[in-house]
Design a protein around this ligand. Structure first.
Ligand SMILES: [Zn+2]
Length: 289
C-alpha cells in the first residue's frame, strides 16, 4: 500500500505543476517564451537546432567536432591556475606564454624527480622559508644558504648571493649553445625567465629540448643543495653537483634509449643535435661541461 501511495503522490498533477513552475524560473527567459509559444506534440517529428559560440563565431552544435566540443567544455569548466597571476607579478611575462610551460614541465622522457620539482615551480608552490613562516611552521624566513635575505622562490633560484658564480657558469653554457644562432628570438630572451621556465617553441639552430632538460637539472641541483643545507646542514659544491647530475642522467638516457629501447633517433634529436656540450665519439658520450 505504501508503494502505491508514493506513485500516486509522484504523479499528482498539482505537484507536477509546482515543479514545472519551479523549473520555469531557473530557465533562461527565451526558453520559457518558446515553451509558451510552441506546443510540441510527441507524434510530430522535429529537429532542434542548438547553436554554440565557438571562437567568437556562432556555429551549429551538430557540426562541432569532438575536439571543438572538448575545447568548448574546458574553456567553460576550467579555471586558470592562480600561478599565472603570481608569475606575471614577478616577471614581465605574458600569460599566453606561461600557458606553454606545462609542455616543458611534462616532457615525456624527463626523469620524474625533475618533473615533480618543475611542476611545483610552475605552480608557484615551493615551500620556501617565507611561505613556511606564513604557515607558522618555522619561525624564520631567512635563506639557509646565504643566511642574509628572505627566502622566497626568486631568491631561492635566482637572487641568492651564493648563486652568483653558478649563474655566471650557466650563462656561459647557454651562450655556447646560442653561439652562431641567427634568430630574433634569442635577442628577446630574458635569462631569469628562461632559467625558471625553459624555452618555449622552437628556435632554429638551438636544441630547445636539451636546453630545457639542462635547466631542469640545474633547478633540481639548486633546490637539492638548499635542502641539504637546510635539513642536514651540509654544503656541496653546486657546479660539481650539477656536472655530476647532468652526466648521470644523460648517460642513463643514452643507455636506456639507444641500447634498451632502440630509440636512438630520440636520443640524437634531444641530446646530440645542435649541441656542442654533449657529443658522441665511437659509441662513447663526451661532455664539454
Ligand atoms: Zn640566500
Amino acid at each position: 500500500m505504501q508503494g502505491t501511495k508514493n506513485v500516486t503522490n509522484h504523479c499528482d498533477i498539482n505537484s507536477i505543476v509546482k515543479r514545472y513552475n519551479t523549473l520555469k524560473v531557473v530557465l533562461p527567459k527565451e526558453w520559457t517564451e518558446i515553451i509558451h509559444k510552441n506546443i510540441h506534440r510527441r507524434n510530430v517529428s522535429r529537429s532542434i537546432n542548438i547553436n554554440v559560440i565557438f571562437k567568437d563565431k556562432l556555429s551549429e552544435f551538430s557540426m562541432c567536432s569532438t575536439k571543438e566540443l572538448y575545447l568548448l567544455l574546458t574553456s567553460k569548466l576550467c579555471q586558470h591556475p592562480i600561478c599565472y597571476k603570481k608569475w606575471t607579478e614577478v616577471f614581465e611575462i605574458e600569460e599566453n606564454d606561461l600557458c606553454k610551460v606545462w609542455k616543458n614541465v611534462n616532457f615525456y622522457w624527463k626523469p620524474s624527480i625533475l618533473m615533480d620539482l618543475d611542476f611545483k615551480i610552475a605552480h608557484y608552490c615551493i615551500f620556501t622559508n617565507s611561505k613556511l613562516m606564513t604557515m607558522k611552521l618555522i619561525n624564520y624566513n631567512v635563506c639557509d644558504v646565504c643566511e642574509k635575505e628572505v627566502e622566497n622562490i626568486t631568491h631561492l633560484f635566482l637572487l641568492c648571493s651564493e648563486l652568483v658564480e653558478f649563474h655566471l657558469f650557466m650563462q656561459q653554457k647557454l651562450s655556447v649553445l646560442f653561439d652562431n644562432v641567427d634568430s630574433d628570438k634569442i635577442d628577446n630572451l630574458v635569462y631569469e625567465e628562461v632559467f625558471m621556465f625553459g624555452l618555449f617553441g622552437s628556435i632554429k639552430g638551438v636544441n630547445v629540448s636539451f636546453v630545457n632538460f639542462m635547466l631542469s637539472v640545474v633547478r633540481y641541483c639548486i633546490f637539492r643543495r638548499r635542502n641539504l643545507l637546510k635539513n642536514l646542514n651540509s654544503n656541496v659544491d653546486l657546479i660539481r653537483l650539477f656536472k655530476y647530475t647532468v652526466k648521470h642522467y644523460i648517460t642513463y638516457l643514452y643507455e636506456y634509449l639507444c641500447d634498451a629501447r632502440c630509440m636512438r633517433n630520440v636520443f640524437e634529436k634531444h641530446f646530440l643535435k645542435n649541441n656542442i656540450l654533449v657529443q658522441e665519439t665511437e659509441g662513447v658520450i663526451t661532455f664539454n661541461f
